[in-house]
Ligand binder design. Structure first.
Ligand SMILES: Cc1cc2nc3c(=O)[nH]c(=O)nc-3n(C[C@H](O)[C@H](O)[C@H](O)COP(=O)(O)OP(=O)(O)OC[C@H]3O[C@@H](n4cnc5c(N)ncnc54)[C@H](O)[C@@H]3O)c2cc1C
Length: 325
């Protein structure tokens, strides 16, 4: 299959979704591709239930609700979403336009490509002791907090995700146990204080040695350093929040100028490849800050500069959205 579009956004995380709005606002046909089966990038995959507190004008918004709002904002311009397929290869059409091949063989020809690929492809670090129970009590992400209501939940990990999940589950779970292999947590100090003073049972210097149960998970065997026998915890769910491994994936071979795992851009968000821009977590320049609000600004810059590259008669300034209301 071959597709023709004005703008191809590679990555349907928050930056790509807002980019779809910006491109639509400029009257451009837009295709958004993502290797994950759902839009929302890190938010949807890693913290859909977490409260986001630092988006301008939104004092508090749940991750999944924010993704829905971003989709809603872009929907008026009907971007085409190609989910569950990666952008794997880059080339040029006969007329010099970028041409991107997806993992299912689809070829997308675009006036400009904007790489909103975030931290690239990411996979969770596994809990070796419990792999057999994946999907049967063991999970690496919390996609639906309510599923754990009334359960005995054991969270594994010492970073922000583990501590945040323990805090989020405290009010709804029957019990929450937090197991960390070190004595100190790496999470935000205020969260550590909250979890220490809250209702979560904390077990440090400890590792999950085995998970057992007939069919579904029933017991977590936790080995505490210095203790002769493992402690046994009755559990309905184990959430292993051990972080994830990220990798730029196929984009690393496209000939882009990179710094580490990030793509170097100039102040117009141009990469080293003609008509290929980048925005959001994937970009690198002096002073770069990896926050969503920064990505939103960058993708607005990328889209509006791409507009002028596609048609030099057009203005860089998009006009105000209020003029369309
Ligand atoms: C636990 C946690 C909490 C956070 N809390 C906050 C917060 O409170 N406030 C804040 O501002 N930021 C927060 N962040 C950071 C924030 O999530 C990121 O800055 C944001 O997700 C970056 O958005 P993005 O769209 O640039 O990239 P991503 O969200 O990483 O999305 C990129 C997308 O591109 C896709 N992709 C990559 N390569 C390809 C390819 N070759 N083909 C197709 N698709 C591809 C990926 O599958 C992914 O869906 C948090 C991050 C984490 C992990």
């Amino acid at each position: 299959m071959a597709l023709d579009t004005d703008i191809l956004l590679v990555g349907a995380g928050p930056t790509g979704l807002y980019g779809a709005y910006c491109a639509g606002f400029r009257g451009l046909r837009t295709v958004v591709v993502d290797g994950l089966p759902q839009p929302g990038g890190q938010i949807a995959a890693l913290y859909p239930e977490k409260a986001i507190l630092d988006v301008a004008g939104l004092p508090r918004v749940r991750g999944r609700d924010f993704v829905t709002a971003l989709l809603d904002q872009a929907s008026g311009y009907c971007p085409e979403y190609l989910l569950g397929r990666q952008a794997v290869a880059f080339g040029r059409a006969e007329d010099g336009r970028p041409e991107v091949t997806l993992s299912d063989g689809t070829v997308v020809r675009a006036g400009a490509v904007i790489l909103t690929a975030g931290i690239g492809t990411f996979t969770p670090r596994k809990l070796p002791a419990g792999e057999d129970y994946l999907g049967r009590g063991l999970s690496y992400f919390v996609t639906d907090l309510d599923r754990h209501a009334g359960q005995n939940v054991l969270v594994v990990g010492g970073g922000d995700s583990a501590v945040d999940w323990a805090l989020a589950l405290e009010p709804i779970a029957k019990s929450v146990t937090l197991v960390h292999r070190r004595s100190a947590f790496r999470a935000h100090a205020a969260s550590v204080t909250a979890v220490t003073e809250g209702g979560t049972q904390i077990v440090t210097d400890a590792e999950v040695e085995a998970l057992t149960g007939e069919g579904t998970l029933r017991l977590a065997h936790v080995r505490v350093r210095g203790e002769e026998r493992p402690r046994l915890f009755e559990v309905d769910s184990v959430i292993a929040a051990l972080g994830f491994v990220s990798n730029l994936g196929p984009l690393a071979g496209w000939g882009l100028e990179l710094r580490g795992r990030s793509i170097l851009v100039d102040s117009r968000m141009r990469t080293s490849l003609d008509r290929v821009y980048a925005a959001g977590d994937v970009t690198e320049y002096e002073g770069k800050v990896r926050l969503m609000s920064v990505g939103f600004g960058e993708v607005a810059t990328a889209v509006n500069n791409a507009v002028v590259a596609l048609d030099p008669e057009l203005s860089l300034f998009p006009g105000h959205s209020t003029e369309n209301s």
